[in-house]
Write a protein that binds this ligand. Sequence first.
Ligand code: SF4
Length: 111
Amino acid sequence: TFVINQGCCKDSSCIPVCPVQCIRPRPGDPDFTTTEQLYIDPATCIDCGACMDECPVDAIHSEFDLPEQLSDYLDINAGYFEENPIAESLPPDPVHRKLPAGHTGLSVAIV
Ligand code: SF4
């Protein structure tokens, strides 16, 4: 997973580049104005690195390149999602909410 640390400037430029939408809170979420930083859900992150490249203040690292003094942020990021499970924070989505129960929305076409 990737990890956001205390240097986060909350400009949210990482949010739209994340292909799996696992950075929270987002502008408009109830706790966006009060949060001290943004967080990455380790259970959803696919390690693409796009957020790190986009961050204007270099506040995002791979867990494997996390400086020792920032190591607490691995648990701090995960802890946010223990309090705010990502499925519950998704906005109403007319496409995905209409999928049948048990359908992930993921499929592979073989041609
Ligand atoms: Fe999202 Fe990729 Fe960053 Fe993980 S590394 S939070 S998948 S943009």
